[in-house]
Design a protein around this ligand. Sequence first.
Ligand code: AMP
Length: 276
Amino acid sequence: MKIITEIAEMKEFSRNFKKSEKKISFVPTMGKLHKGHVRLIESAKRYGETIVSIFINPLQFGRGEDFDKYPKDIEGDEKILLDLDVPVLFYPESNIVKNTDTFIVNPEYSKKLEGLFRSSHFQGVLTIVMKLFCVVEPDFAFFGLKDYQQYVLIKKMAEDFFLNVKIIPVETVREESGIAMSSRNIYLDGAGKEAASAFYKILSSTADLFKKGEKSPEKLTGFAVKELIKNGFKVDYVEITDPALNRKYQNTEKGDIILAAIRYKEVRLIDNVFLI
Ligand code: AMP
């Protein structure tokens, strides 16, 4: 596996690679890889030469968030990538974000859902993803549906800027208990993991209520919030909206999505379930 740390070298690699007929598939991550990342990489490999990046992006962490203690395991990550036969790991130096004066913002979508609780988060995400796209120049880029709002915002950015990259969503990978895999799950102790497994179950029960005929968004979200609180969570939000994240509290229909963020002690979890 080729490990590239310098921006100029990464750009040169991609430029040279593009001279062949082959496509570049790109999977940006913050490392501490798990089965969710593995699914993204496996999908990517079906589309082209796969480049995985690992970079803990300071721009997307707010004050008081876990930037300093974000889990790292570069040796474990390299082993996973070698086992998956990934040809290139881009492990950029921190100068990829140093002295940045220009940021990508989507003011409308940053006011919603996660954006209400993490005010500069999406600006940080969009800015690093744009930078990585400019360096890697991928034909395809893969993002997990676990971070649904992030996926929608990145897709919109690619459309708004006519980028030559196709954004491909990948299903959420869950532990047997239902918890969505996340690098941050190591913050959960045994009791925390047990509690967290109720999160997905409650969202799924809410989707079941919809299936059985309950169409009122207030009743559905009300049910979810009540159950979450009963299970000891603090609820940041539970919302049902259309897949483009535009509609709120008018009606619900098949294909809508329930998005939620909760806190268990110090640990914040997000998840979502589609209404089918
Ligand atoms: P992260 O390293 O947490 O920034 O995530 C990198 C990519 O992996 C993002 O596109 C995430 O949405 C995706 N991802 C994280 N967890 C999962 C999961 N459990 N299932 C599928 N994709 C995931």
